[in-house]
Design a protein around this ligand. Structure first.
Ligand SMILES: [Fe+2]
Ligand SMILES: [Fe+2]
Ligand SMILES: [Fe+2]
Length: 446
């Protein structure tokens, strides 16, 4: 039996990884989220709320616009504070993305309602469910940050910011929260901590409640949330990472990985393309052959995956499995150009699971390949030293069980994707008739 390392990963390391990735996608929104987290945490502390709630509010602030990162072509990022319909959609999407991960249940609800006006208490019930008044702290914190003019000296702005916020007490904001903010606003350090030099440290300190170890089930569930952020950009790839996760888990089992090792392979499958979040949508979605420059940009994605996962303690082995998925046996792969003997079995499995999943998925320009064609292509890739021959043989000797594991995972994500869009007004607005992956002749991808 293959023994895999079982050092536990902390939830706070995973959260910081997510925050880093969001910063790569849009530094402006990421900075707004960090500052909102800091302000919300301080208001909660000033109000004497529990340490747990303080941390929940900090995390909700840090992720409150996460729905903005999951839309087609990320249009929302440019428009999120302009279009009222988009405001509602991004809050709902954020909720839908996070609600299925148990430790984020409270945070998801806080995010769902983070743009509701207080309306003198009339908004306490929303859509038949109890609206936590604490989501109003996120609303207030976000608006305080939005009213800061970044080009100007901060302390000189405090009187006008306070006056504007106080004017809306009762109509837009909860008066008690405005009073807590007004007290905080008198302290210079509160404003100095918002400086980009210190904001990350200020927020990290407030996440202590999440400095807990994740068991392997939570690790799998959280990685699945990350994978939806990557894959839900387009319905053609809505279940890609899930398919890779399912196939990799089954192959690991056939190689006698331990139960925990199989689950960690699944995590690697969910996370292998996280670096794709940094690739511009117009390149990811391009139909037809990529230019050399575009392909050079695509080549970055496993490196960004490596960087995203590199600071998560306990995830080193999973990182190597995930980030080397475009390396090839004869070292023609990218970006590290390792050769077969340098590649761990886990990364050779992910590479096969990735190509297997990509080729069996429908694309706008072709249907997913069936068994015979697939076997021909994969055998050709073995012959030209791209993929590991042993792993490909393992796949075809056990095709039904590996395919069933892949399909089961994909079905779950496809259903979730459908609910995700149907539950919002997104159906007409951004359901994407797109192709995400360049043609096979240009780039065998996943
Ligand atoms: Fe928002
Ligand atoms: Fe992939
Ligand atoms: Fe990839």
């Amino acid at each position: 039996m293959m023994i895999c390392k079982t050092q536990k990963v902390t939830l706070s390391d995973m959260i910081l990884c997510l925050s880093r990735v969001m910063e790569w996608i849009s530094p402006t929104i990421a900075c707004h989220q960090m500052r909102t987290a800091y302000i919300a945490h301080n208001i909660a502390r000033e109000l004497g709320l529990s340490l747990e709630l303080q941390s929940q509010l900090a995390l909700a602030g840090m992720l409150h616009d996460i729905g903005a990162f999951s839309l087609k072509e990320r249009k929302y990022i440019a428009n999120y504070d302009i279009d009222p319909e988009l405001i509602e959609i991004h809050a709902e999407l954020g909720y839908q993305l996070l609600k299925n991960f148990r430790p984020f249940a409270t945070v998801a609800t806080l995010i769902r309602h983070h743009h509701y006006r207080w309306e003198h208490g009339r908004q306490t019930m929303v859509k038949g469910e109890s609206d936590s008044p604490f989501s109003q702290i996120i609303h207030l914190a976000g608006m305080i940050d939005a009213s800061i003019c970044n080009g100007r000296e901060i302390l000189g702005q405090v009187p006008e910011i306070c006056a504007a916020i106080r004017r809306d007490a009762g109509s837009v904001f909860v008066p008690e929260y405005v009073e807590a903010f007004t007290r905080l606003a008198q302290r210079e350090y509160f404003w100095f901590n918002l400086d980009s030099t210190f904001i990350n440290d200020s927020v990290n300190d407030s996440l202590s409640f999440f400095n807990v170890e994740l068991d392997i089930c939570d690790m799998v569930d959280l990685s699945k949330v990350f994978s939806h952020l990557i894959d839900f950009q387009c319905h053609f790839t809505a279940s890609h990472s899930s398919g890779v996760a399912g196939a990799a888990e089954a192959l690991a089992g056939l190689y006698s990985f331990s139960e925990s090792g199989c689950q960690r392979m699944k995590v690697a499958g969910y996370l292998h393309d996280i670096g794709k979040l940094t690739i511009p949508a117009k390149i990811l979605n391009k139909q037809g052959k990529l230019t050399e420059e575009e392909f050079n940009i695509i080549k970055k994605h496993p490196f960004w995956t490596y960087r995203a996962l590199n600071n998560i303690r306990g995830l080193e082995e999973v990182n190597s499995w995930a980030s080397f998925h475009h390396e090839r046996i004869d070292s023609r792969g990218y970006p590290f150009r390792y050769k077969g003997t340098e590649l761990p079995l886990g990364s050779r499995i992910i590479a096969v699971a990735d190509v297997f999943t990509a080729l069996t998925e429908d694309r706008p320009y072709r249907k997913g390949m069936r068994f015979n064609e697939l076997r021909e292509v994969l055998q050709e890739m073995v012959a030209n030293n791209s993929l590991d021959g042993g792993v490909v043989a393992m796949l075809f000797n056990n095709y039904q069980s590996v395919d069933a594991s892949k399909t089961k995972e994909q079905a779950y994500s496809a259903r979730l994707f459908s609910d995700f869009y149907d539950s919002t007004k997104l159906k007409d607005w951004c359901r994407p008739p797109c192709s995400v992956i360049p043609r096979y002749s240009a780039h065998v991808e996943g």
